[in-house]
Design a protein around this ligand. Structure first.
Ligand code: SF4
Ligand code: MG
Length: 318
């Protein structure tokens, strides 16, 4: 199938002082196929939100190349840039913080409709009513304010806002992490339904592998600004290669006793090191139970170890 998004050696660094740079995203390459749900997983501070924002153009990359649907970011004419701004949308983690508390739901949902002049007057209003119904809310909700809604309803409003401009691609940045467990499945089901009805492609960001297992076609695992492993969802769960993935997997309960037996529980000690001054060589080495001498000296290269199964680890570099 056709690739809709290509990310080549993308870095996003932030200067935080005269001699200090946070290397939030530090050289990442991958692509997403049209219609795919790509899960991006890592602990907080791994750079996954920064990568998501760089991909939709909310940040411009420090270096590297992002292209969407055949258009390369950076040297686009205004019209194409505007089209991409519309076609690539983002849903945020905290639906409370991402909705303006002083705006009525109607105007929140219509932000993109107004910006891209897609409809006005009665047509705009009907579009908003229709969108509210699509996400499981009601037309009479249009005149209310965000604080009048529950967390799950607010996330539905955020989804309606993204959907309003007829996007092709949505980055969902931990869209269910802030919600009650009982609500999480409802929002996931809504996102899945919308994906099929609207032919969407998703980059779905989560801190927990369990959250993306069932919805993702492929999964990428990030650590301190780098991609550690990337393969299909089933392959990642059946046969993880990278020690960090193994550690993340060992933290989630397994229904399958065959796998549970194979899998020892690996406790990740402490927090990840700072992305301002990441460890030399392999960034995971300070927490890796398999670390060898070479791991401090050389950065492992990003390799396709098996078909469609990529990882960066010296255990597989023979
Ligand atoms: Fe562990 Fe070395 Fe592999 Fe890094 S390269 S994950 S330290 S074995
Ligand atoms: Mg985040």
């Amino acid at each position: 199938s056709v690739e809709i998004l290509q990310v080549e050696n993308v870095k996003k660094h932030f200067k935080i002082g005269p001699n200090q740079t946070v290397k939030s995203v530090d050289g990442i390459s991958f692509s997403i196929k049209k219609g795919e749900t790509f899960g991006l997983v890592g602990e907080s501070g791994s750079g996954k939100s920064t990568l998501g924002k760089t991909i939709v153009g909310l940040y411009s990359a420090t270096s590297g190349r992002v292209s969407f649907d055949g258009h390369e970011f950076g040297d686009l004419d205004k019209k194409t840039q505007k089209k991409l701004n519309r076609e690539m949308q983002m849903i945020f983690q905290d639906p409370h913080a991402s909705l303006n508390p002083r705006m009525r739901v109607e105007d929140i949902i219509a932000e993109g409709i107004d910006a891209h002049r897609l409809a006005k007057g009665k047509e705009r209003q009907e579009l908003v009513y229709h969108l509210l119904e699509r996400v499981g809310l009601r037309p009479e909700h249009a005149q209310r304010f965000p604080h009048e809604f529950s967390g799950g309803q607010r996330q539905r409003i955020g989804i309606a806002r993204a959907l309003a401009v007829k996007p092709k691609f949505i980055v969902a940045d931990e869209p269910i992490s802030a919600l009650d467990v009982s609500i999480q499945a409802q929002v996931i089901n809504l996102l899945e339904d919308l994906k099929h009805e609207e032919n969407l492609t998703y980059l779905f960001i989560a801190h927990d592998l369990g959250m993306v297992k069932h919805i993702s076609d492929r999964i990428g695992v990030m650590y301190l600004g780098k991609m550690m492993e990337l393969t299909t969802s089933s392959q990642l769960f059946e046969e993880p290669l990278h020690p960090y993935t193994e550690a993340l997997l060992s933290a989630i309960p397994l229904p399958n006793p065959r796998l549970a037996k194979k899998r020892e529980r690996i406790i990740l000690s402490g927090d990840p090191p700072s992305p301002v001054n990441p460890p030399s060589g392999c960034r995971f080495r300070t927490r890796c139970p398999y670390a060898m001498d070479i791991c401090a000296k050389a950065e492992p290269s990003w390799k396709e170890v098996k078909e469609n199964h990529w990882t960066a680890c010296h255990l597989y570099s023979k």
